[in-house]
Unconditional design. Structure first.
Length: 157
């Protein structure tokens, strides 16, 4: 099963890619502490094979998610990650991955496309409520990074 979220932002592709994707395990707990309690992993240009973990507060239906970066293209502001532990793995999903692409716009901002691919466990049907909540969480994630970057124009340049 696959679904996507598209977000337009006035922030440059480079800055949003660095903050909201590459360094989210560090920045996320500072910007949305009500959701993300902590994060671990490689900062900066985490390359293919890098593993990072986000630990969540009780507002989430699971306590953590650990992901591996499978594809990274820093020039095209694109990457793909696979969840290797946590989240809904083993309870609802057999596998889950996300592809992030941040494309510059002529106005100096960007368009973010997040495409998630999941394989449910046998007998598990798609839950539109979980999908809607996931889309909302992705939107909140990027809007939090966007607000931070607009308020801090020298960050992640």
């Amino acid at each position: 099963m696959s679904w996507s979220v598209v977000i337009e932002s006035p922030v440059s592709a480079l800055r949003l890619y660095r903050a909201a994707i590459l360094d989210w395990h560090t920045l996320g707990p500072k910007l949305v502490p009500e959701i993300i309690s902590s994060g671990t992993g490689e900062s900066g240009d985490g390359g293919v094979g890098s593993v990072r973990q986000l630990n969540f507060t009780s507002v989430m239906p699971f306590s953590y998610v650990k992901e591996r970066l499978d594809f990274v293209d820093h020039e095209k502001f694109e990457c793909q990650s696979t969840i290797i532990e946590g989240g809904h793995l083993g309870t609802r999903l057999e596998s889950a991955s996300a592809h992030f692409k941040v494309e510059p716009t002529s106005a100096g901002g960007c368009i973010v496309t997040v495409t998630t691919n999941t394989k449910p466990l046998p007998g598990i049907e798609a839950d539109e409520g979980i999908i809607a909540a996931s889309k909302g969480a992705i939107e909140k994630h990027f809007r939090a990074a966007e607000a931070y970057l607009l308020a801090n124009p020298d960050a992640y340049v």
